[in-house]
Design a protein around this ligand. Structure first.
Ligand code: LMR
Length: 447
């Protein structure tokens, strides 16, 4: 009585007879398997929400997610067959031929890597320590006063650095809110939210005037609580191209110090605004002022290593004891996120930075990219007085004031691709495109 039929969810006897890896042993006999397969359970166990625990379908609970708005533009542009299409969408540099070539310095370093790398052994969660150390003088300066206070770790792109920094903040102070000036890179807020942090937004820039709304920034910082984190774009603000003035940075740095707020600087475009040194000045000013800070760094743009995902997280702590503790936490957090970062791109950057000839080659190529971007800015600014502000902005982007339907119309009717927010990537155009862009903006009522 009642011995032959067991509910499928209650195979306690079988579970004890596992193989050496703990998997259930194969059925003791075909008979039992058949009985289990063919005979419905007497009374299926039910979960807390009443669902049938036998039903293996869990993914039906998911909601479909829209594709990422920026990355979706890559596909849409590539599948557009119209001639004369212009890609002002995702933040990728294009040369005078419309290509995004691998930098010569990168190719040279890749050849060296191919010839000299004799093992692919694990490096550990910190990744290539020579890479993150090699970047430090470029970011913090040759004689930076932070020696012994910087924990550094290679990450999968700047996104990995932002996420790891967010996890560190959450581990240190789960109550911290992240203060974000808007508009900002559309992935910023989701990254911090995914780490479980609260986000409080304030206005950073006014698209109508194309200027920093410094009063709103002041108020945002004034309402922050000690320990809150303030997200700052180190240079080449994404999406607006509008950066704080030196005086505004100074005031921000002093406010951060006075109110015990933690800056989290996102530095993803160093060298593409005014120059490597110039683009690091604001970050250095902040770091010289405060006791604790985070810097998410990306080599995707300034080394053209986009798909290789090359980034680093630098955390400045109060003293060397705390730095060691931070480093151990970063390693532990990286271990459970991606274990170890991918090596190739970071090794390439390290090799470039180790060799003066390759550093010179890279700097020259960076100078060419920057000059071209600023040349495109000048061309678009000259094409219509209403776009004059673009000349004074820096980096890849400018955010024109337009509605989503206007951005869609630019794509559909004029084959000009920009983000739905009105962000344009100046590095994607040719100076000769300026007239067509202005004409399309006028036709769609954006100017
Ligand atoms: C961009 O803002 O277009 C780039 O940073 C690419 C990205 O990942 O969004």
């Amino acid at each position: 009585m009642g011995t032959a039929i067991r509910p499928l969810g209650a195979r306690a006897g079988m579970a004890q007879k596992g193989d050496r890896n703990g998997f259930p042993s194969p059925a003791r006999g075909a008979k039992e398997t058949r009985a289990q397969t063919l005979t419905p359970p007497l009374s299926p166990p039910r979960g807390a929400r009443g669902q049938d625990l036998e039903t293996p379908i869990v993914f039906e609970a998911l909601n479909a997610q829209p594709p990422d708005s920026l990355l979706g533009l890559i596909k849409a542009y590539n599948s557009d067959g119209r001639t004369g299409k212009i890609d002002l969408g995702v933040g990728v540099y294009r040369d005078a031929h419309g290509n995004t070539p691998v930098l010569k310095a990168v190719k040279a370093a890749e050849r060296i890597l191919l010839d000299t790398q004799d093992t692919k052994k694990y490096l550990g969660p910190e990744g290539d320590a020579g890479f993150s150390a090699g970047l430090q003088p470029i970011i913090f300066g040759d004689a930076h006063p932070l020696a012994g206070r910087i924990a550094a770790l290679q990450t999968p792109g700047g996104t990995g650095a932002l996420r790891l920094g967010a996890e560190l903040i959450r581990a240190a102070n789960a109550d911290a809110a992240v203060r974000v000036g808007t508009p900002t890179w559309p992935n910023h807020t989701p990254i911090f939210a995914a780490a479980g942090l609260k986000i409080v937004a304030h206005r950073f820039a006014d698209l109508a005037t194309q200027a920093v709304d410094f009063e709103a920034v002041r108020q945002g910082l004034a309402s922050a609580s000690p320990g809150d984190v303030v997200l700052l774009h180190g240079c080449c603000h994404n999406p607006t191209g509008v950066d704080f003035s030196r005086a505004q940075w100074k005031e921000i740095a002093e406010t951060l110090k006075a109110r015990k707020l933690i800056p989290f600087v996102d530095l993803a475009y160093q060298g593409l605004g005014d120059g490597l040194e110039e683009d690091a000045r604001a970050t250095r000013l902040v770091l010289e002022t405060v006791d604790e800070a985070l810097v998410a760094y990306s080599c995707d743009k300034n080394f053209g290593l986009y798909r290789d995902r090359v980034g680093a997280l630098y955390v400045v702590a109060r003293d060397s004891g705390e730095t060691a503790k931070v480093m151990s936490n970063l390693a532990a957090l990286a271990r459970v996120a991606w274990s170890m970062p991918p090596d190739h791109g970071a090794a390439v950057v390290r090799i470039i930075l180790e060799r003066p000839d390759l550093v010179a080659m890279w700097r020259e190529e960076l100078d060419v990219m920057r000059a071209r971007i600023n040349g495109n800015r000048a061309a678009l600014a000259a094409a219509d007085p209403a776009l004059a502000f673009i000349r004074d902005q820096r980096g890849l982007f400018s955010n024109l004031a337009m509605t989503k339907p206007q951005a869609v119309a630019l794509r559909d009717r004029h084959a000009i691709y920009c983000a739905d927010s009105g962000r344009i990537n100046l590095a994607g155009m040719q100076p000769a495109d300026a007239g067509a862009i202005v004409a399309a903006l006028k036709a769609e009522g954006c100017l």
